[in-house]
Design a binder for this molecule. Sequence first.
Ligand code: C2E
Ligand code: MG
Ligand code: MG
Ligand code: MG
Length: 283
Amino acid sequence: KAKMDGRDRYVFFTPDLDEIVRHRDSTNRELRQALASCDEQLRVHYQPICCAQTGEITGVEALLRWQHPIHGLMSPAGFIQAAEECGLIEVLGNWVLRKALADAREWPGLRLAVNVSPIQVRNRAFPDVIGEMLAASGWDPTRLELEITETALMTRSQDVAETLARLRELGVSCALDDFGTGYSSLSHIRDIAVDRIKIDRSFVNAVESRPGAALVEAIANLARANGLLLTAEGVETQAQFEFLRAAGCHEMQGYLLSRPVPAHAITRMLESADTRRLIAIAA
Ligand code: C2E
Ligand code: MG
Ligand code: MG
Ligand code: MG
């Protein structure tokens, strides 16, 4: 038996697990170094989100990147969990929020969506942290949206519900990310202060099949019945876009419209009416 991270968790070591742990430890060490000098290795890219009716850009989602000295530009899919496990996620998450709020000052009128970890949301001080950041930067709170996954609602859901209610009081909105892939019960939608559902890419991918189309329509009906906004993520084809628009999605996000790009590319996109429109909508 070996004690991990100084916490009360014991694991049985097999050679395989040993290797995983070693890899994780080196990731943690490197992540700690990256965080010590955030601006050198960490980046935030932004993926535009557009109105389903006009094709115009309405907001951006901040997506963290790690410019690793050896592995190159890394997706957060490969290191967010490590950051959560070694207690770095709050520092990392706050850095992303500050950076995104600063970058987004250049984009008046756009909504800024930022992903937050369940660990951040479970901290009762989180709404105060957000409130201070907004006050310090003079930001309009209604332009900020936090994206949480259903997993965040699974444990300590009472605390999470309270946190979301306090964020709503501040004027900050909340989206349920990767909707349909977690283990939440549908009743959360009724009980929790969410404003928007983001249909996961896996459903969007499947709309061209009959069962896939029926699932998306069911989610759209659920959103409508609960007065929630609906965004589709991972939209890659014109056919998917048309279907999702007809089904009642309000906003679209995906490679069809734009990949995540550095901040300066968003600024340039906003310069002309032509580039503000991410897709031409057929009448
Ligand atoms: P997410 O919030 O669901 O973000 C959408 C992911 O799908 C992004 O991956 C984006 O690049 C990718 N994507 C967007 N459109 C398409 C498409 O049309 N096709 C395909 N194949 N992919 C598309 P990314 O940037 O690798 O981020 C992965 C996940 O990492 C995010 O999923 C989010 O859960 C998490 N994440 C990103 N940034 C942060 C952060 O600052 N904090 C936390 N806690 N999590 C973050
Ligand atoms: Mg997201
Ligand atoms: Mg998502
Ligand atoms: Mg995701």
